[in-house]
Design a protein around this ligand. Structure first.
Ligand code: PMV
Length: 325
């Protein structure tokens, strides 16, 4: 039976993707830049079988149907189109990090799915096509395919919208201390959120200024300039949340604990600790710092009221096969 297993990490965006030019193909309104998160891993096995009446998705041993399955089918359909294989597939996936903890798992999941499904179907795709394939399931997943520090070149069509590595994981010993402040499921997921972006009068300004923010962030990474990174990462986070908070209906992902962490991080930085925060479509706060400061930052975060758990991740590799039969 054609089968393959792949692993991938989630990623944290330093310059965010929010809003699409083309929702169906997930062509983003602006480029984005991220770091893969080693330590957090999704492992996915894809097996194409002649006896299956339809594609099947099993997450942590539980069958998933509905929208979650539909997004997987979208990726598998493209693999069938490119390979000529007509069988349906069974997809089994597991994360080593707590699901439902509010750490976005879709990027890792679709990156691992793309790599495993392509290999299982006998396709030998170049990295840019694996990144395009992952993008069909979740936009940010295209950034979990290449290793290390990654830029999604937005492009204007399915063919030219994919991500590339701008520096390998060992380029910069950064850490992401993820302060988990809520176990609850997010009210509005990112697929719906991207559609709301264009209802904010601030989105055009955010998108127009994105090339500047990308250039500043890219330079900060390449020069390992933490102060410059801190400033641009927080500015980009604020402008995305400004769009979210001014869309119709408004999306307010922050909780009082989110704000408390933001204020604490800014205070610590004023006191001389190199730290910066960024927040995705949820209440958790990603606190970036040099790796040698990670245990101190983690301890400080755990002392803040409302912070339940802190996961520490370092720059991670790309999506890769772990076994092929
Ligand atoms: O890939 P999606 O549809 O889950 O969107 C990701 C959106 C953000 O996490 C908020 C920003 C980003 O660039 O990762």
């Amino acid at each position: 039976m054609p089968t393959a297993t792949a692993e991938a990490h989630p990623n944290i965006a330093f310059i965010k993707y929010w809003g699409n030019r083309d929702h169906e193909a997930r062509i983003p309104s602006n480029g984005s830049l991220s770091m893969n998160l080693a330590g957090l891993v999704t492992r996915t096995t894809v097996t194409f079988r002649p006896d299956l009446p339809g594609d099947r998705l099993i997450l942590h041993g539980h069958h998933v149907r509905g929208r979650g399955l539909a997004r997987v089918v979208r990726v598998l359909d493209r693999v069938r189109l490119w390979s000529g294989l007509h069988w349906h597939a069974e997809v089994r996936s597991e994360n080593n990090f707590p699901t439902g903890a509010g750490v976005a798992s879709s990027a890792a999941a679709f990156a691992a799915l793309a790599v495993a499904a392509a290999a299982a179907a006998g396709l030998d795709l170049p990295p840019r096509d694996l990144s395009r394939l992952a993008r069909l399931g979740s936009g940010s997943a295209c950034r979990s395919v290449p290793p290390g520090f990654v830029e999604w070149l937005p492009g204007s069509s399915d063919e030219d919208s994919f991500a590339v590595s701008i520096a390998p994981p060992e380029h910069w010993a950064l850490a992401d201390c993820i302060a988990l402040v809520s176990q609850r499921h997010k009210a509005v997921g990112s697929t719906e959120g991207h559609r709301l972006a264009e209802t904010s009068p601030l989105q055009n300004a955010r998108v127009a200024d994105a090339p500047r923010r990308l250039a500043v962030c890219r330079a900060a990474i390449l020069q390992r300039d933490f102060d410059a990174l801190a400033e641009i990462v927080e500015a980009d986070c604020h402008i995305m949340h400004a769009v979210m908070q001014t869309s119709r209906p408004p999306l307010i992902y922050w909780t009082p604990t989110t704000l408390a962490v933001m204020h604490a991080v800014r205070r610590w930085r004023r006191e001389g600790l190199p730290v910066a925060y960024t927040i995705d479509a949820g209440p958790n706060v990603h606190v970036l710092c040099p790796q040698e400061k990670a245990s101190e930052v983690k301890a400080r975060l755990l002392r803040l009221r409302g912070v339940r758990q802190v996961l520490v991740a370092t720059p991670g590799g790309g999506a890769r096969l772990v076994g092929e039969k």
